[in-house]
Ligand binder design. Structure first.
Ligand SMILES: Nc1ncnc2c1ncn2[C@@H]1O[C@H](COP(=O)(O)OP(=O)(O)OP(=O)(O)O)[C@@H](O)[C@H]1O
Length: 700
């Protein structure tokens, strides 16, 4: 497309002007002609359908009726004045109503003249009305009707009557008249023909003024394809570039540490998935390029041993490794778990968290710089400037989405070359999202649980069943099992949150009294040391019940705990519920998760409870979560904001996403550097995109 005209500030478009221009800029972020062109409609109204008044019913939402105004009157009520027109089409009568702008309407409306009235239908006791209808003289309507399907723009909700939908349509028409000659295509003709894609020009015209439903769906397909195709092209090209350009330390040998542990000290036979993932990692770190791998494994799938074996690869090649976790509890758990694995190897492994003592810190700093310290495990305390590695070769980051971009890149600056990076997440990211967001990270998936695990049985109970639930807890404790009872974190109010938890704790302590039962508690207002003591009591089996807020959400590993009670479960998101449930079912016993809720549940909450009761599969759960919440909430605003999608929807349009990815892969196979004459416009568009897109800024 010609850049100049399409970059024209929006206020210069005929019909816009400074006032409307300001509205468009402020409310919709439309600054130029180009921005307006890509403001796509939300939906379409069939303007070929006319209703007669006697066929109206309460189910009609928007209607279009040909008729005449036979009477106009002003009605005064307590709530204010309104102007009411009696409108008839010969089959019946209805009302057209206005609450403002009376003078103009009275002066301009013609009595007993054919009009087309269009708008939202209100019904009350079998009488119908349209508030603030769009009215057009039938004569004009027949002359003007250029498109049977009329676009409704998202602006309608935001701008209301300031720029009506009709006015938006008019502006769009004006814009297309002025600019349509200038639309160059961004996809080669050969490709468009091969894939039966509309040209950009036809797609844009038909998305705003569809000639018929078939052309509309072709236009939508073309524009969605375009968005996905270019995202995938960027990701794939970046991936190729990374493999070539970002040099990393190659771990050439698989040495004594790895081999000894693998052959002699594995605490259990690895699952097929664990073996496969370790192979993928070994292959990556053996190359000259930096590894950037995302390791997805459902809760309890055994990521820790994979992390440990990866660390051994670094150590075998004379490098240090670190593991960073988002909370002290999790970092400590990793430290305990890894130290246990490492016992026979006599390694120097240390823990660094916010509550490490000054003396410990000094020792850690010194040993780290001298290279004596081999594996450092900790929280974001590792990102501090004082923490200097002699030669960090591998950084493992657990639950990455809790860290910011800058923090992660801080680890990079600690080296001449970047270390290999393994990002571990127990929150499965739906495949489609992973593909669109992490297309340039290599992904490994542990999709198999260790053998002998019994699926967790999940049950949903309303408050009225509490006594039965308590009875159940008693029988499980009598069998020697332990129980978690989790309360929601009420984000807006720490005090309320605390009060809730403490009340629960007091009740539980009353219902499960000493000496028969003992109850631990962990909450956000305790110091890390206090939390650790309580966690430790529970982990060692000294207490039967652990009462906690979501601080135990990730990483806690107490295989003997077989019951998870989640209080006010309707307050939790799906992925959080799944994480919490993952704290049980880690031993060989049958485990249970009980979701307690109030009686009144929203539809979404019902779906969440049903999903949890139906499946233990983290990927399936994350797909449902994605559908319920949309990608923004799952990934956090920062990340979803980076996806440049205006028309495509990563949930609904997954098929197009896969198709576009396939086409992008094929194209790059055939012409990796886009040198072919026919691919020049793709190259040009990528150049423009690369100069402004931020999609991966947070990854690299
Ligand atoms: N191949 C295996 N065979 C038997 N047990 C295993 C195997 N792999 C891991 N485990 C055990 O399963 C439990 C869960 O493993 P781990 O803590 O590594 O899970 P995870 O993937 O880190 O889960 P989470 O993210 O929930 O912490 C541990 O008790 C671990 O010892």
């Amino acid at each position: 497309m010609s850049r100049n005209l399409l970059d024209t500030p929006i206020e210069y478009l005929k019909g816009v002007g400074p006032q409307r221009g300001d509205l468009l800029k402020k409310e919709l972020g439309i600054f130029t002609y180009r921005d307006l062109l890509h403001l796509y409609p939300n939906r379409y109204i069939d303007r070929t359908k006319y209703y007669s008044i006697n066929e109206l019913n309460g189910n009609n939402s928007e209607v279009q009726i040909i008729g005449k105004i036979i009477h106009l009157k002003t009605v005064e009520q307590k709530r204010g004045k309104r102007l009411v027109a009696t409108f008839t089409d010969g089959t019946g009568e209805m009302e057209l109503v206005w609450f403002q702008g009376f003078k103009w309407i009275k002066e301009n409306l013609k009595i007993n003249t054919p009009y087309v009235a269009f708008g939202k239908l209100n019904s009350f006791n079998y009488s119908f009305s349209i508030p603030h209808p769009e009215l057009e003289l039938l004569e004009d309507h027949q002359k003007n009707l250029s498109s049977a399907m009329q676009a409704v723009y998202p602006s309608t909700e935001k701008l209301g009557s300031k720029i009506s939908n009709k006015a938006m349509n008019k502006l769009m028409n004006q814009l297309l008249v002025e600019t349509h000659q200038l639309f160059n295509d961004t996809l080669p003709k050969e490709m468009r023909q091969r894939l039966s894609l509309l040209s950009m020009r036809d797609a844009l015209i038909n998305i705003h003024f569809p000639k018929d439903p078939n052309l509309l769906s072709k236009a939508e397909f073309r524009l969605k394809f375009e968005e996905f195709f270019y995202i995938q092209m960027q990701l794939l090209i970046k991936n190729i570039a990374r493999k070539h350009k970002i040099k990393g330390f190659p771990f050439k040998t698989v040495g004594d540490y790895f081999n000894t542990f693998y052959k002699e000290h594995l605490p259990f036979p690895l699952t097929g998935a664990q073996k496969r993932v370790i192979k993928e990692i070994r292959n990556d770190v053996g190359q000259e390029a930096q590894m950037n791998r995302l390791l997805q494994g459902d809760v309890g799938s055994g990521k820790t041993i994979v992390a440990f074996l990866s660390c051994l690869l670094a150590l075998d090649n004379g490098f240090q490794a670190c593991i960073v976790a988002p909370t002290e509890i999790l970092a400590t758990q990793h430290f305990i778990g890894i130290s246990e694995f490492a016992q026979p190897l006599n390694l120097n492994i240390k823990l660094l968290t916010g509550s490490s003592k000054t003396v410990e810190r000094r020792i850690i700093h010194e040993e780290l710089e001298s290279g004596e310290l081999q594996i450092l495990i900790g929280t974001h305390a590792l990102f501090e400037d004082k923490v200097i590695f002699k030669n960090l070769g591998l950084a493992i980051i657990d639950e990455q989405h809790r860290f910011g971009v800058e923090q992660r890149s801080k680890l990079w600056t600690k080296n001449v070359l970047p270390p290999h990076v393994l990002v571990m997440t127990a929150t499965p990211i739906p495949r489609t999202l992973a593909m669109s967001l992490y297309g340039d990270l290599d992904v490994s998936v542990i999709d198999e649980l260790p053998p002998g695990r019994k699926p967790i049985e999940t049950l949903h109970y309303f408050e009225g069943k509490r006594l039965a639930v308590w009875h159940f807890i008693r029988t499980e404790i009598a069998k020697g099992r332990q129980v978690y009872i989790v309360y929601p974190l009420i984000e807006e109010s720490e005090t309320l949150d605390y009060k809730n938890l403490m009340e629960g704790y007091e009740g539980i302590s009353r219902d499960f009294p000493l000496p028969e039962y003992s109850v631990s508690i962990v909450h956000g207002q305790m110091t890390p040391a206090e939390k650790e003591v309580e966690m430790d009591r529970f982990a060692k089996g000294n207490t039967n019940i652990m009462v906690a807020t979501t601080v135990i959400e990730v990483g806690v590993n107490v295989p003997n705990a077989s019951v998870m009670i989640i209080e006010s479960a309707e307050r939790f998101g799906l992925s959080q519920l799944h994480q919490l449930r993952g704290r049980v079912g880690r031993g060989a016993e049958q485990s249970y998760c009980i979701l307690m809720t109030g009686d009144k549940l929203s539809n979404d909450s019902k779906i969440r409870m049903e999903t949890m009761c139906r499946t233990n599969d983290g990927f399936e759960i994350s797909e449902v979560d994605l559908k319920l919440r949309g990608p923004g909430d799952i990934m956090g605003k920062q990340q979803s904001g980076t996806l440049p999608l205006k028309i495509a929807d990563i949930v609904k349009d997954q098929d197009i996403l896969h198709y576009a990815r396939h086409q992008a892969v094929q194209l790059l196979k055939e012409d990796p550097n886009l040198e072919d004459e026919t691919n020049q416009n793709i190259k040009n568009k990528l150049n423009v995109l690369n100069s402004k897109t931020t999609i991966w800024n947070y990854i690299s």
